[in-house]
Design a protein around this ligand. Structure first.
Ligand code: 5GP
Ligand code: MN
Length: 355
């Protein structure tokens, strides 16, 4: 049964997160982490929170399972982020987690999303604080600041800092990190998660001095020529449209990744292109990785891809943006499985299409 600490608005929840503030005193040892393959919301929220804590006299280390993408390295503190899949960093992270009083878990609420770092965090004696907006949080944390209504973890970090009465500690560099995560998790303010509150927070960030145009350019207009050619290759050679399922289907082979010199973050966002096709309701991207096939799912309202990802591809996520994996074989076999299960979804797709 789900623990009451998840339920936002209950006294237990409110007590726990407000009680936490008084425990965060100078000298407290803190590690901040986020999910594997950290995106702009993960990196933006961890770095914003790190800088906020540093203003309170708390030195925190940001340690994530895998490398930071090149287009996020402009954020203040990004150069000092430790990545667990680099051996030198791994040793440092092992020691820091061992000594930590608190581990802040940002932008994920299923511990497996830490991949290789999951066992370390799970067994740590540190108190775990989950700040996140994903559905169905797992019960591995001691404190939760969890709201699925939030479009991004960055929005939650902003809300939490205000809730703790520390508005004065916000500044333009914290604001730029937060804006970056809010911007990307809302698809530049076009996804249905873009609430009035999102715009209210963004207005406050602009008042702090955030240059939103500059953040947008740094995040989206910083591709290598290889990456653009790679996108051209995927759209040209690796995409099919299945009109009966209103589905755009894309795949990327391991060979493609090597040939186009693919770097961390280079496949981010490619799945969204499929939704630009007239009549397309959902888009799927399969990527052949060394540890199996990784899938990304995107859809338009009201079609839910998280249930499809959870039922057939060991995943889940948000209603309109989910992920998953296929561990049962090669890319060819993953495609075969997709083609087998699609007919089972035909009536659901048509039901949604006719709404
Ligand atoms: P992406 O396609 O960008 O990798 O993932 C999109 C969203 O799906 C993420 O923001 C996350 O919410 C969710 N997601 C990605 N991979 C997984 C997974 O393996 N399991 C679950 N439950 N959610 C995932
Ligand atoms: Mn997020």
């Amino acid at each position: 049964m789900r623990s009451p600490k998840f339920i936002y608005g209950t006294s237990l929840f409110m007590t726990s997160i407000s009680a936490l503030k008084s425990l965060l005193i100078p000298g407290t040892k803190v590690v901040i982490t986020a999910h594997y393959n950290p995106d702009s919301d993960a990196i933006g929220s961890t770095l914003a929170f790190q800088r906020y804590l540093s203003k309170k006299g708390i030195h925190a280390t940001v340690a994530v399972p895998s490398a930071v993408a090149g287009n996020l390295k402009w954020m203040l503190g990004a150069e000092d982020i430790l990545a667990y899949d680099e051996l030198v960093h791994k040793l440092q992270i092992d020691a820091l987690v061992e000594e930590a009083d608190f581990i802040f878990c940002l932008d994920f609420s299923g511990i497996q999303r830490l991949h290789n770092m999951a066992p370390l965090v799970r067994k740590s004696r540190a108190k775990k604080v989950v700040i996140d907006h994903h559905l169905d949080p797992e019960d591995f944390g001691d404190y939760y600041y969890h709201r699925t209504i939030a479009a991004s973890t960055c929005e939650l970090i902003y809300d939490l800092i205000l809730e703790w009465g520390d508005q004065d500690l916000l500044d333009a560099s914290i604001g730029a990190c937060l804006y970056s995560g809010i911007m990307t998790d809302t698809g530049s303010f076009r996804h249905p998660n873009t609430t009035a509150h999102v715009h209210t927070v963004v207005a406050a960030l602009i008042d702090l001095g955030v240059n939103t145009n500059e953040v947008h350019r740094k995040v989206f207009d910083s591709s290598s020529i290889d990456r653009l050619k790679f996108i051209g290759h995927v759209l040209g050679q690796r995409m099919e449209y299945l009109p009966e399922y209103h589905l755009a289907f894309m795949w990327i082979t391991a060979e493609d990744l090597t040939k186009f010199n693919s770097q961390a973050g280079d496949t981010e966002g490619i799945v969204n292109y499929g939704l630009q096709i007239t009549g397309c309701v959902w888009s799927i991207l399969m990527i052949e990785r060394p540890d199996g096939v990784k899938l990304s799912f995107r859809s338009i309202e009201p079609f839910a891809v998280n249930t499809f990802a959870a039922t057939y591809f060991e995943g889940g996520g948000h209603k309109n943006a989910s992920g998953g994996r296929f561990s049962g074989g090669s890319l060819v076999e993953a495609k075969k499985k997709l083609m087998e299960v699609l007919p089972l979804y035909l009536s659901e797709i048509n039901r949604v299409k006719n709404l």
